[in-house]
Ligand binder design. Structure first.
Ligand SMILES: [Ca+2]
Length: 314
């Protein structure tokens, strides 16, 4: 029976691969002057749920990805060989039951530090107390978590805060927790709101206690913040917003972690025939070069991990 199911899944996957090849015909995406596209890994159907549909991070050897299907209240974590793109392991139902019961249903972008994966976990209720939950690199839940309002790891309060104690629209994490980024060098963890983000929230990486807010300097509040990662004293952000003309450009910017100064770095033009959604990102060094890998979702059944070498950039 399992063999039959496997065959059916293979046939559907093959069919959808062709389908996404056709609709992705405009996906002759070759990068920009500053971003040389060096790798495209495509994941279709069930694999697309596991690879790059929400978040990506790396320990230098593997990519770790998160994916979510809100309708099924299912969130997937996966571990991917960076060189081959092969999914070496995945957990289909990655949200611990204790949080599922409390209506936590969505893992956004994730971060890596010191052998651990820090995963942003959203509640169905935008105004609820969103979480960061910690996994090891075998994708096991470590039992460590924190509500992102300054509670210490493991503290029980916060899940069902009385309505009057919850943040209101315009305050704190009032529209979910779209991403978190771990900063091994400085022992910090960062996250932000999804829309209207005028600051980064800064936490202690070890205790996950809130330390301070880092106001963004030199930018309007940012909308559609989908992903983050720390590299070389900067917080890189993936901004999936519409510009004045209504065209969706895919923007990577970075925040100076000392001053809060925001700089727009790269604009990736929209590509393909469907309206893409750009998700998590991760930035890393290999052989003296800096690379950035971004998860892009074609809004049908395919997700891509696009890897770029950053060219001519200090
Ligand atoms: Ca990330």
């Amino acid at each position: 029976m399992q063999g039959v199911a496997q065959t059916i899944i293979s046939i559907i996957t093959a069919f959808l691969s062709i389908f996404t090849l056709l609709i992705g015909a405009g996906e002759q995406h070759t990068g920009t002057d500053e971003l040389e596209l060096v790798g495209t890994q495509k994941y279709v159907f069930l694999d697309a749920l596991a690879a790059g549909s929400q978040g990506v991070t790396t320990d230098g050897e593997y990519f770790y990805c998160s994916g979510s299907i809100a309708d099924f209240r299912l969130a997937v974590l996966s571990k991917i060989d960076m060189r081959t793109g092969r999914i070496v392991s995945r957990v289909w139902d990655a949200i611990p039951q204790e949080f599922k019961k409390l209506a936590y249903d969505h893992i956004g972008d994730i971060g890596y530090a010191n052998g651990l994966l820090y995963c942003s976990l959203e509640n169905l209720d935008d105004n609820a107390d969103h979480l960061v939950v910690v996994y090891d690199t075998e994708l096991n839940y470590t039992g460590k978590y924190a509500y992102m309002r300054g509670y210490a790891i493991g503290e029980a309060e916060g899940a069902a805060l009385p309505a009057q104690e919850r943040p209101e629209a315009g305050q704190f994490l009032c529209d979910g927790i779209p991403w978190c980024a771990a900063d091994e060098a400085n022992g910090r963890l960062y996250c932000s709101r999804y829309k209207g983000a005028d600051r980064i929230y800064v936490y202690d990486l070890a205790t996950l206690a809130h330390l301070y807010d880092l106001p963004l300097v030199g930018t309007q509040p940012l909308d559609r913040l989908q992903g983050g990662d720390v590299f070389g004293g900067y917080l890189y952000l993936n901004v999936d917003h519409a510009d004045e003309d209504g065209a969706k450009n895919k923007i990577v910017g970075r925040v100076d972690l000392t001053t809060g100064e925001y700089t727009q770095l790269f604009v990736r033009p929209a590509f393909g025939f469907t309206e893409w959604e750009s998700e998590g990102l991760t930035v890393y060094e290999k052989d003296g070069e800096t690379y950035i890998t971004i998860g892009d979702y074609d809004r049908t059944v395919a997700c891509y991990l696009h890897t770029y070498r950053i060219v001519n950039h200090e």
